[in-house]
Write a protein that binds this ligand. Structure first.
Ligand SMILES: *[C@@H]1O[C@H](CO)[C@@H](O)[C@H](O)[C@H]1NC(C)=O
Ligand SMILES: *[C@@H]1O[C@H](CO)[C@@H](O)[C@H](O)[C@H]1NC(C)=O
Ligand SMILES: *[C@@H]1O[C@H](CO)[C@@H](O)[C@H](O)[C@H]1NC(C)=O
Ligand SMILES: *[C@@H]1O[C@H](CO)[C@@H](O)[C@H](O)[C@H]1NC(C)=O
Ligand SMILES: *[C@@H]1O[C@H](CO)[C@@H](O)[C@H](O)[C@H]1NC(C)=O
Ligand SMILES: *[C@@H]1O[C@H](CO)[C@@H](O)[C@H](O)[C@H]1NC(C)=O
Length: 393
């Protein structure tokens, strides 16, 4: 499967071997990933908050491709006000022409009027069964144990089944809010084929957990859990209370089958920047010894986008350590050890972001799609709209 999914990477490997054997020159041997030169093709608003008679606020964008080459853009549509604990509906727009046109908004799940409050969510795909999933939390602020719900579509996101409650399958006492972003299906061993969703805690057991399924999404269990802990930041020695609090997260799989998990660093342990943990056992554990902070990936803090394709790691997030503004794409050729380039996507207010890439046609690997919270002034709200940017790589 790998050579057909990654024809370019496969060819580069052949080239690298060939060069190494024939010439051995360092320049030649250094070729390990494709090189990119990202440019914005289009940037359009797909949801506007607070239009009269409409949804008060569209927030927490998340996105996935489908095996049939469709882009699904989703968001938490906040019905009456923009607050986290207000009533919501999951909204969806589909694009079957690579982000040029969009279907009208479909509202997938409504949390009703009396109790509840849903929080959305993570989207992911089982490419074997062509099933697309959305996992989200329900009753996130009002129940002692919020429910993790899962629903799926087998017709490219046109219709969706009833959500089912998978909470009883997960580790009790670990609150799991599927983070805005996408889940992954492992392409390499160990545990090839496993579905992995990254979730963040909220409340007394703040932390980060990986939810795992080895049977195409039928059954789930909690794998790694990393709890909030003392930061141990020597620069802040006087602040005994300083904690490392993990938050909204996004995993990617590297070609050796390891999982790189990026997390929001809510209390700014060590830096106003992102933290990463690595799992070498398919998400069963995320050893704290693998923790590293990335000083380049500054954050306000906020949720952010991460994607690995053809040897290149892409990041989207605000280029600011204090404000949700300046949505920026960064790319790395060495798994995030260093960042080779950056492209401003939007210079004014901008907050959460999510990324995806289509997988169907060979040319799909030349485009990255970014869904992000957007504001229209530099200092005002970042939640005026949700925009979709198409980027040529
Ligand atoms: C899944 O969808 C792809 C692309 O549309 C198609 O080629 C494949 O046959 C489908 N597989 C199944 C199991 O339906
Ligand atoms: C897949 O896309 C093709 C057009 O590209 C369309 O004709 C077909 O109906 C789609 N299949 C599904 C299951 O949506
Ligand atoms: C997909 O949704 C249907 C309808 O709710 C359900 O019967 C089925 O078990 C779900 N499949 C998976 C893998 O979750
Ligand atoms: C800080 O030190 C404690 C005690 O050794 C340890 O349990 C914790 O994981 C450390 N925190 C971080 C962020 O590494
Ligand atoms: C990136 O990680 C892969 C393992 O998944 C490794 O083979 C490769 O050498 C790493 N690249 C760099 C430049 O460190
Ligand atoms: C990101 O911010 C830094 C510091 O303000 C600035 O030097 C850099 O040009 C910015 N990058 C982009 C892509 O805007």
């Amino acid at each position: 499967m790998a050579p057909t999914l990654y024809p370019e990477l496969f060819m580069w490997r052949v080239v690298v071997l060939f060069c190494a054997v024939l010439s051995g020159t360092p320049d030649c041997a250094r070729v390990s990933a494709r090189k990119v030169n990202p440019k914005i093709v289009s940037d359009v608003t797909i949801w506007t908050s607070g239009v009269e008679g409409e949804i008060a606020g569209y927030r927490t964008p998340f996105m996935t491709y489908t095996p049939n080459g469709t882009i699904l853009a989703l968001a938490g549509a906040r019905k009456y006000n923009k607050k986290d604990n207000g009533k919501k509906i999951i909204s969806l727009r589909r694009s079957t022409d690579k982000g040029v046109t969009w279907t009208p908004t479909a509202f997938l799940v409504d949390d009703g009027y009396d109790h509840g409050v849903l929080g959305a969510g993570t989207a992911f795909v089982d490419d074997d069964s062509n099933t697309t999933f959305v996992m989200f939390i329900h009753c996130q602020f009002r129940c002692a144990v919020p429910s993790v719900l899962l629903m799926n579509s087998t017709n490219d996101g046109v219709t969706w089944g009833q959500p089912r409650n998978i909470t009883p399958q997960l580790q009790p006492g670990v609150v799991s809010h599927p983070s805005p972003g996408y889940g992954i299906r492992k392409r390499y061993e160990p545990h090839k084929g496993r579905l992995v969703v990254c979730a963040h805690g909220r409340g007394p057991d703040w932390g980060l957990s990986l939810l795992l399924s080895d049977d195409g999404g039928r059954t789930w269990r909690t794998g790694a859990f990393v709890a909030k802990r003392p930061c141990n930041d020597s620069c802040r020695g006087e602040n005994q209370q300083h904690m490392f609090q993990l938050g909204e997260c996004q995993p990617v799989e590297l070609p050796d089958g390891s999982l790189l998990v990026m997390t929001r660093n809510e209390l700014r342990c060590t830096c106003h920047c992102k933290a990463f943990l690595t799992s070498h056992d398919g998400g069963e554990s995320l050893p704290i010894s693998s923790l590293r902070f990335d000083q380049t990936l500054i954050e306000p803090p906020t949720d952010a986008g991460l994607l690995f394709s053809d040897g290149v790691l892409y990041f989207t997030g605000p280029n600011s350590s204090s404000k949700r503004q300046k949505m920026t794409l960064r790319w790395s050729y060495d798994n995030g050890t260093s960042w080779a380039g950056e492209l401003p996507i939007w210079e004014k207010a901008a907050g959460y972001s999510a990324v995806t890439m289509l997988q169907k046609d060979p040319e799909d690997k030349n485009y990255l799609y970014v869904l992000y919270e957007k504001g229209f002034s530099k200092t005002g709200t970042s939640t005026a709209a949700i925009a979709f940017a198409k980027i040529q790589l």
